[in-house]
Design a binder for this molecule. Structure first.
Ligand SMILES: [Fe+2]
Length: 315
């Protein structure tokens, strides 16, 4: 009898533990489209705030979603660590804003970061060097690219450093010390050559600052746009993902390129529509992208586990 009681107690405890553990997680993702044999990846931006502003809740939804569509990597659109980047590879923010937040077992794949203006207020080289310490943080340089094979076609991913295209930052070397002596023309030539030499059908760029926005930074011209838009047009880039704005947006001006803002990883700002806007919402969320040889599906998923926007690009 005693053994039976003990076994029952153990069983009850394990059920309780499992229920109380899982109850904090989103159980399902509402209206998620799953495509058979697609190459999937996530895009998240403006996130590192020690789990606050629903960063942790969103991380749980990312983990649940990953258990369904198994993304190959997670791209960041910068502002990885608020307010002032990281100081070193041993900065406690690595644990409190990254490792202990995106700790779900389904999120232990490669992360491919870009840098934002808040990262530039700290030690940008430490974010590159952390790649040697971490098995999932993979940032080989300030800008880098790689190509993957879909079932029939190739897909090119280019991760850029758009802070270098913000002319005004160079006037504040005290705020952006790691930009001292940087020549943005070198990166521009590199982006041009990567896009020129690629035979990938799909070309996707990731950066921090926007080219188009209907959000709170809509007033005034984008300095990044002046440098980047001619290259996006010249090479018929399919998507430019950015952050900087703390919201989710889809903007499609004339031409090939779709502009997605995925900067809603934690603290939000009001958003809005501009002339070419197809969607804008100020809610914590991320983009889940599914790629096939003939289509790209972008789904925006919020921190409650709801798919709030879907768009398919076909060619
Ligand atoms: Fe930013």
């Amino acid at each position: 009898m005693k053994i039976k009681h003990f076994a029952f107690l153990l069983f009850s405890l394990s059920v309780f533990t499992s229920l109380s553990f899982t109850s904090t997680f989103a159980q399902k993702i509402d209206s998620l489209t799953v495509i058979n044999k697609s190459y999937n990846f996530y895009v998240i931006g403006d996130w590192g705030r020690n789990g606050s502003f629903n960063q942790r809740e969103l991380a749980d939804v990312m983990n649940t979603t990953a258990g369904i569509i198994w993304p190959r990597f997670i791209a960041t659109t910068g502002d990885n660590f608020y307010e002032n980047g990281v100081a070193s590879i041993d900065d406690p923010l690595w644990m409190s804003s990254f490792e202990n937040v995106y700790s779900g077992g389904n999120l232990l794949m490669e992360w491919h970061p870009t840098l934002g203006n808040h990262d530039y207020k700290g030690n940008t080289k430490a974010q590159i060097k952390y790649s040697h310490k971490s098995r999932r943080w993979k940032m080989p340089d300030y800008y880098y690219s790689y190509t993957e094979m879909l079932d029939k076609e190739k897909i090119l991913f280019v991760f850029i450093d758009s802070n270098q295209f913000e002319d005004s930052y160079y006037k504040h070397p005290d705020r952006y010390p790691d930009l001292i002596g940087v020549d943005p023309q070198i990166q521009l030539k590199w982006i041009d050559s990567v896009l020129t030499n690629s035979d990938a059908k799909w070309k996707i760029l990731f950066g921090h600052q926007h080219v188009y926005t209907g959000g709170s930074r809509a007033e005034g011209d984008s300095e990044t746009a002046k440098y980047l838009e001619p290259l996006l047009k010249k090479h018929s880039v399919d998507i430019y993902f950015c952050g900087h704005e703390h919201d989710l947006q889809h903007i499609k001006p004339e031409g090939e390129t779709h502009y997605f803002v995925s900067g809603a990883g934690s603290q939000l700002r009001p958003t809005g529509y501009m002339e070419y806007s197809l969607f804008a919402k100020s809610v914590q969320g991320f983009c889940a992208v599914s790629a096939l040889s003939d289509k790209l599906l972008v789904q925006m998923i919020d921190y409650t586990g709801k798919v709030i926007y879907k768009y398919t690009i076909e060619k």
